[in-house]
Design a protein around this ligand. Structure first.
Ligand SMILES: Nc1ncnc2c1ncn2[C@@H]1O[C@H](COP(=O)(O)OP(=O)(O)OP(=O)(O)O)[C@@H](O)[C@H]1O
Length: 422
């Protein structure tokens, strides 16, 4: 038995909202479903509306994180990808990535939100029900560990991923179906049907380091709040115009996106704010080398001998996923946990028929695709992998975002981040 500890709720919470995510209703969903819940639970928050791509990334890269006890994303998974990479780009990344991260589903895929909900052993939920469940978890403020995966691209760029690495069919459907985002989660089914019509095979080489079963360390739950959240704090805070940024200096410029705080302030804050809470120079003392990927040779070297090299070179898809869900209604890895230290590697080899591939994705809704007995579907638990596309054209995605096409490798870093969960 795993022991869970009841913890205090997150205190000073920055909620980043992408107003264009999903059907473009993230802000309305927040106002309609979450705001009252946070107020009721006395969770003090500041809402920040993102204005452009990489806004959230820049913001967390430069924020004074001593001012925040949790960073919460109300969007699709793409915005969390930005936040995680922004945190990892900081000189004090080791501390920064320990900031508890929360997810409120506002996109069309919402893979992490669906996964967190699933880990809490609640019955499946979609749409507003999923949002309410995640809002409830945020109010509860339990924090658990989250594995991250370090991804290397041919250009020597390194990214950190919390969800997936995909090539072939899944990546194509994800990106091509973005134009149907306004229909919500059903965009993946529409994209699947369209892609099935032009099903193609991708040539490439795949190798991986199999995971050996190792005993798991005891699951520990830790506090979301760094400074203790005492009952006195909200009333003290509520007397300030933007009570969540108490130590910001007056000469710092405005945060035009800090539109809302709880405690019924209803203020569009134009005083000090998060964007301008630049870390003091002294924090540079925390500089540490970025995490080492001890399992990965450089991309121009052969893979180590203890790796498995897949014999096939003709694939329909390769999908490495580290959460249970690929989207709200795609339960891809029935046994996955946020901190299982595993990359769940799936690949489908050429020769699968269109109906069989469709059956796999339809079965995924119930998590029963592995029981289909499809000879073209392979599933392995791994710690690291390398993919070298040979086909000239194709798409690779990391956490649903397109990355440069070419050789790519990755390894898991167990429990590198922290996640607000049930
Ligand atoms: N104000 C904005 N305008 C345009 N793009 C933005 C804005 N804010 C964030 N973005 C970018 O939008 C991209 C998509 O965001 P996100 O994945 O969170 O939502 P989504 O695509 O609707 O969700 P899903 O992937 O579940 O469909 C991200 O790469 C993010 O950088």
């Amino acid at each position: 038995g795993v022991t869970y500890t009841e913890l205090r709720r997150p205190c000073r919470t920055m909620i980043l909202v992408n107003p264009h995510s999903g059907r473009g209703q993230a802000l309305q969903l927040f106002t309609g479903h979450i705001r009252a819940m946070l107020t009721e639970a006395s969770v003090p928050y500041t809402l920040v509306i993102t204005e452009h791509q990489n806004h959230a990334r820049e913001l967390v890269r430069n924020a004074d994180l001593t001012q925040w006890d949790a960073l919460v994303i109300m969007s699709g998974d793409g915005l969390l990808f930005e936040v995680i990479n922004g945190l990892m780009e900081r000189e004090d990344w080791q501390q920064a990535i320990q900031t508890p991260l929360g997810m409120l589903p506002g996109g069309s895929g919402n893979a992490l939100a669906a996964s967190i909900h699933h880990y809490s052993q609640s019955p499946p939920a979609w749409n507003e029900e999923l949002l309410l469940s995640c809002g409830f978890m945020l109010c509860k403020g339990l924090v658990g560990p989250l594995d991250l995966v370090s991804v290397h691209l041919a250009s020597s760029q390194r990214l950190f991923s919390f969800l997936s690495l995909a090539w072939g069919f899944v990546a194509d459907v994800d990106i091509e179906s973005e134009k149907y985002r306004h229909v919500g989660a059903i965009r993946f089914l529409m994209g699947t049907l369209v892609r099935l019509a032009s099903l193609r095979v991708y040539q490439g080489r795949l190798a991986y380091l199999p995971a050996k079963e190792v005993p798991k360390p005891p699951n520990e739950r830790v506090k979301a709040t760094r400074p203790p959240f005492t009952p006195q704090q909200p009333s003290l805070c509520s007397s300030l115009p933007c009570h969540l940024v108490p130590r910001a200096s007056p000469k710092q410029s405005s945060l035009k996106n800090c539109v809302d705080t709880n405690l019924n302030q209803n203020s569009i804050t134009n005083s000090s704010s998060v964007i301008t809470n630049i870390r003091p120079g002294t924090q540079g003392n925390n500089k540490t080398a970025s995490p080492t990927d001890s399992l990965l040779p450089s991309l121009d070297q052969p893979v180590p001998e203890n790796w498995t090299v897949v014999n096939e070179e003709d694939f329909v898809l390769v999908l490495a996923i580290y959460q249970s869900h690929l989207a709200e209604d795609l339960w891809t890895v029935p046994g996955a946990m946020a901190d299982d230290g595993l990359i769940h590697l799936f690949y489908v080899t050429a020769g699968i028929s269109r109906p069989a591939l469709l059956r796999l994705f339809l079965a995924m809704e119930r998590g029963s695709h592995l029981a289909c007995g499809c000879p073209h579907l392979v599933y392995e638990k791994v710690r690291a992998l390398r993919l070298e596309p040979v086909s000239q054209q194709g798409m690779i995605t990391v956490d649903g975002e397109v990355v440069e096409y070419g050789p790519i490798q990755a390894q898991v870093h167990p429990r590198m981040a922290r996640l607000i969960c049930g």
